[in-house]
Write a new protein. Structure first.
Length: 330
């Protein structure tokens, strides 16, 4: 397995385990490696075919000129060459089809996957739902998927609105998310790191701003993260954050978002219980800092036009306090 690379996203978030931008030729998981082998095989074969065609074309042109000067004909040879080319084309297409079939079979989702996570696509963000051992949802996050290294993870993919496509090239192939239907995808990371993904199906105005981060951690670190995420939000100790919590609950924010441990139980927008611990906000648009949180809250439509979050009238003090509260939700 190749050594992880490290890159920097446009948001400033450090991305390890990949080249900094998603690439199917930079795999760090078994499903992605199978896909890479298929891609490389098809590209190499196509290159060889192109070279053969160019050689045959050059020979045909050369012999054609000679035939014109010597009055020769090559109808019989031409028929044989065309017939051989047709037979070779059929064999190549059949071989590619078989290779694609076996690649698809090799990346199927096993029934014994260690972790099952539901990923529900929204316009334009990813709702990530973790369930307990009995299958009952225990907590939600947004735009980030934490997984244990070296273990098979089954993603149950759903869509709440239009057709989306989930793609983290360094870890797996693409899979569509279709309204009214559930599709599965196998995810497996062999190296710890942060792997960037993207919606790969045009889904509306902000399709290009619908990124997802897969954070692969050692099993012990993953277990600690699960424990921390299951906990309710802590009561803010900082006076500004405490005032921000009061303002958040008094404003329409609480009608759209959930913060476990408070009266905010909205389900329209992302769960914000631990938003301060996430790498980015707005599906990879901004790095999670107090300043970017304040900018987003103040005017989400300017930063990401067409998203479903309305601009809530706030005073400058309320904005400062609410952003302090969001930043404290680790």
């Amino acid at each position: 397995m190749r050594a992880p690379r490290i890159g920097l996203l446009s948001t400033g978030v450090l991305v390890s385990g990949c080249s900094g931008s998603q690439s199917a030729l930079n795999p760090y998981g078994a499903p992605a490696i199978h896909v890479e082998h298929l891609i490389v095989g098809i590209v190499v074969l196509s290159g060889v075919i192109w070279l053969l065609v160019m050689v045959m074309l050059a020979l045909a042109l050369r012999r054609g000129r000679r035939a014109e000067t010597e009055g020769q004909t090559f109808e019989g040879r031409l028929t044989m060459a065309v017939s051989a080319a047709v037979a070779l084309t059929v064999a190549i297409i059949a071989g590619m089809t078989i290779a694609s079939f076996y690649t698809t079979r090799s990346i199927g989702v096993p029934q014994s996957a260690a972790v099952t996570i539901t990923v529900r696509a929204q316009q334009w963000w990813w709702q990530v739902i973790y369930a307990g051992s009995d299958g009952t949802p225990t907590f939600q996050t947004a735009n980030e998927i934490h997984i244990p290294v070296g273990q098979d993870v089954r993603l149950q993919l759903e869509s709440a609105d239009v057709v989306h496509s989930f793609w983290v090239p360094s870890l797996a192939g693409k899979q569509d998310l279709v309204p009214g239907r559930s599709n599965d995808l196998l995810l497996r990371a062999e190296k710890p790191g942060i792997y960037r993904g993207q919606c790969a199906e045009f889904c509306g105005l902000q399709h290009s701003h619908m990124a997802v981060m897969v954070i692969a951690e050692a099993p012990s670190d993953y277990a600690r993260w699960i424990t921390s995420q299951r906990a309710d939000a802590m009561m803010p100790a900082d006076p500004d954050a405490a005032s921000g919590q009061a303002a958040f609950l008094a404003k329409p924010c609480a009608a759209c978002h959930t913060i476990r441990g408070t009266q905010a139980t909205g389900t329209t927008g992302p769960d914000l219980t631990h938003i301060g611990s996430r790498q980015t906000i707005a599906a990879g648009l901004l790095e999670t800092t107090r300043g970017s949180l304040a900018a987003w809250i103040a005017d989400p439509q300017t930063l990401k036009p067409g998203n479903n979050m309305p601009m809530v009238p706030l005073t400058s003090i309320e904005l400062q306090n609410i952003s302090a509260y969001m930043d404290s939700l680790k």
